[in-house]
Design a protein around this ligand. Structure first.
Ligand SMILES: [Zn+2]
Length: 265
């Protein structure tokens, strides 16, 4: 049993989705959303593949800041469909956009994004749902501050990368992190896995994001988490079956994944 803990399923073409589901070898996936239209597409996929596609609804931070009406419509959608979603996400801070701005000699004001992230964390806490975070490097510190300020601990830092001090802080708070197929060619990911407790790890693809190394030129498929699990087992010097069982149970418990005969389905 294995899960892809973070994928943008609605961003695959119809043709790619047909292929993806026809050779799916894992049990399920957490399908995150990037804005309202994306939430609706994710919802449709979750309804089409119950017990396999588990939806999360949110607003990806690496895009222009949403206006008040857009924010209101999104928050309304999340409130309305809270029962069928497993988490609030993907939400976070615009690290890469800010980098791009800096390269062009411009400054992106992060403050509105921080305030929006705070609203999402408060919403997650009210709805008792986990929050899926895109908060890397120094932005992870801000996310940790917000989570601690509002005493909400159900946090999943997806594709986490950051300074050792922040990683320590996250471990102490019991936050979850997930790693991608870049574990095959990124020493920092290998170090993170060495350091982070297996009980707080998950695996993901962030598909359709493409990978290099052994996955170069391939469509990112959720099955790739199988290789990621094998790599984690070799780094941690544990049996693959033990690692697979632990990671699978981590994802199921963290996201409260419903059994396939759940009354909602
Ligand atoms: Zn993502």
């Amino acid at each position: 049993m294995l899960y892809d803990a973070h994928i943008h399923l609605e961003r695959y073409s119809q043709e790619a989705l047909t292929q993806l589901f026809s050779d799916l070898r894992i049990d399920g996936m957490i399908a995150v959303s990037t804005h309202l239209a994306s939430c609706r597409r994710t919802q449709a996929l979750a309804r089409q593949f119950p017990g396999v596609v588990y939806p999360a609804y949110g607003f990806h931070p690496e895009q222009p800041f949403p206006g008040p009406w857009q924010q209101e419509a999104l928050f309304d959608f999340i409130q309305q469909h809270q029962q069928e979603m497993v988490a609030v996400g993907e939400v976070g801070l615009p690290y890469y956009t800010r980098q791009q701005y800096a390269e062009q000699g411009r400054i992106l004001d992060r403050q509105p994004y921080i305030e929006l992230l705070e609203q999402f964390i408060l919403l997650a806490k009210t709805l008792r749902k986990p929050v899926v975070l895109h908060a890397v490097h120094e932005d992870a510190v801000i996310a940790c501050d917000l989570l601690e300020r509002h005493a909400w601990h159900k946090a999943h830092f997806h594709w986490y990368k950051g300074p050792a001090q922040t990683t320590q802080r996250m471990m102490q708070q019991g936050y979850f992190v997930s790693v991608t197929p870049d574990i095959f060619y990124k020493p920092a990911t290998q170090q993170l896995v060495q350091q982070y407790p297996l009980e707080c790890l998950m695996v993901e693809t962030d598909g359709p994001w493409p990978f290099r190394g052994p996955f170069s030129g391939q469509m990112t498929h959720p099955n790739m988490v199988v290789s990621v699990v094998e790599k984690i087992a070799s780094i941690k010097q544990l049996a693959i079956t033990q690692v697979a069982a632990q990671l699978s149970s981590n994802t199921r418990r963290f996201y409260h994944l419903w059994p396939k005969d759940h009354p909602y389905l």
